[in-house]
Design a protein around this ligand. Structure first.
Ligand SMILES: [Zn+2]
Length: 260
């Protein structure tokens, strides 16, 4: 049952994403996704983390999330508001949600593993079509696109992923433009991204992107390199995310906007 629901959702999401981004996707990737049986595009298994990820053209759904959610179900508020959403249509793109907000949502909604998987599938499908993650800016852009698509097509999502990085990605999209962002998000190499921006928009904006990319990543590494597994996985993840502070980078962006 859980497999059928996931497979239908992956198929639906991929169709939307390919329709939206096909002009920037490689034709080999489009062909591969259209010709591969959806059963071969995901695994549900123990991955030693509660986070979802994409590797070798497969979405990995963590079995460990089942234990983590069981732990939450002992909370007296668990399932108190079964229709709870962490966002509205108005604040889906930019909001103050964090991983902590997501846990609060999970408790109120009485989140089941399938809900957790579904709320994160669109983001992972973005990686599946080739949107590059792993870095702070990569994940920020991936989640920004996830939210924009979720809003446009009314697709289920968490609205809580990488909020601090989304805000920076959103600012970069204001400065560089949607067209450039949607081009570079498929380029898996910082130097090539910077070269592309320089050709299209000049050295000033290319340098800003480079500086923001490097500085956010340095801070982000402490969070993303951890595996978040075991009994304290949720607490560890909340704590590590709350600690991320990008004030210095927000100032760099702000100064750029004021002087250009
Ligand atoms: Zn991601």
């Amino acid at each position: 049952m859980i497999n059928k629901i996931l497979e239908d959702n992956i198929k639906k999401n991929l169709k939307i994403l390919i329709q939206e981004f096909n002009s920037n996707m490689s034709s080999a990737k489009i062909k591969m996704l259209q010709n591969t049986n959806v059963k071969n595009l995901y695994n549900i298994e123990n991955t030693n983390t509660i986070s979802l990820f994409v590797q070798n053209n497969k979405i990995y759904y963590p079995k460990e999330a089942i234990n983590a959610l069981e732990l939450l179900s002992t909370n007296p508020d668990f399932g108190k508001n079964k229709n709870h959403k962490a966002y509205t249509n108005e604040n889906l793109i930019i909001n103050d949600n964090t991983f902590s907000s997501y846990v609060n949502h999970a408790i109120l909604k009485g989140l089941k593993p399938i809900d957790y998987y579904l709320e994160n599938t669109l983001h992972e499908c973005c990686h599946l079509i080739g949107i590059v993650g792993a870095s702070a800016i990569g994940e920020g852009i991936t989640e920004l696109k996830t939210r924009q698509i979720a809003k446009k097509y009314n697709v289920i999502t968490s609205g809580c992923g990488y909020p601090k990085e989304v805000f920076i990605a959103y600012q970069l999209e204001q400065i560089l433009g949607k067209e450039i962002i949607e081009k570079i998000m498929f380029i898996d190499d910082l130097d090539k991204q910077v070269k592309y921006i320089k050709e299209k928009l000049g050295a000033n904006k290319a340098n800003l992107y480079y500086e923001v990319y490097q500085k956010t990543n340095k801070i982000f590494k402490s969070y993303i390199n951890n595996n978040y597994s075991g009994l304290n996985a949720i607490q560890d993840k909340i704590y590590a995310y709350d600690k991320l502070n990008y004030d210095e980078i927000l100032k760099i962006i702000n100064d750029f906007q004021e002087s250009n």
